[in-house]
Design a protein around this ligand. Sequence first.
Ligand SMILES: N[C@@H](CCC(=O)N[C@@H](CS)C(=O)NCC(=O)O)C(=O)O
Length: 210
Amino acid sequence: MATRFKLYGHQRSGPTYKVALALSLFGEPFEYEHVDLPKGAQKEPAYLVKNRFGQVPCLYDGTHHFCQSASILQYLAETLKKFDGRNPEEHARIREWMFWDFDRLAPGIYRSRAFALGFRKGEPAVVDNYKAEGEAGLKVLEDHLSKHAWLVGNKPTIADIDIYGVIFHAAAGGFDLARFSKISDWKRRIESLPGYATPEELCPAGTKAA
Ligand SMILES: N[C@@H](CCC(=O)N[C@@H](CS)C(=O)NCC(=O)O)C(=O)O
């Protein structure tokens, strides 16, 4: 069946998962193409015309190729009218969470995971620093979720999907989420939404048809 969307990504890429999960929660089937990062496929000219930054994910909507997972989530919310804010203030709050994520949460958690899984090497002080940054980010999130069920407003938005895509990988980075009961409750709320699926289900280590 022809689908509107085609996602280029890698199963172990957190940003790829954010977009795949959004499409699934939005109820949008999509074609998926595995980009072989270890072989450098993301730096090949044929891929660079789709994503000038030479990274995954990249989303094709039938007309344009889009990159940067947070921007892609905003594009999906705006065009499909789901998981979006209801007014300019909520749109700004969503952006605040997504900008904070890539500044303060994702580096600590994604890098700690990369060290733990052996994708990256680092001196102990560097490893400890990323771990501490991840812990500090989790504390901010836990505090907010102790007063709110969702990150913005009273329903799930792309801010929740974006940050879930980081929290999903926290355990693999050595973070004990059992110590963060509000994050754990919120995580379960997202996992019970219709269309929820794991990276392995959405992004096979190979290309899948829609
Ligand atoms: N800010 C980007 C980050 C994308 C990113 O870091 N992608 C990584 C995989 S998780 C990548 O493509 N790495 C390969 C490379 O940079 O050559 C986004 O959110 O889309």
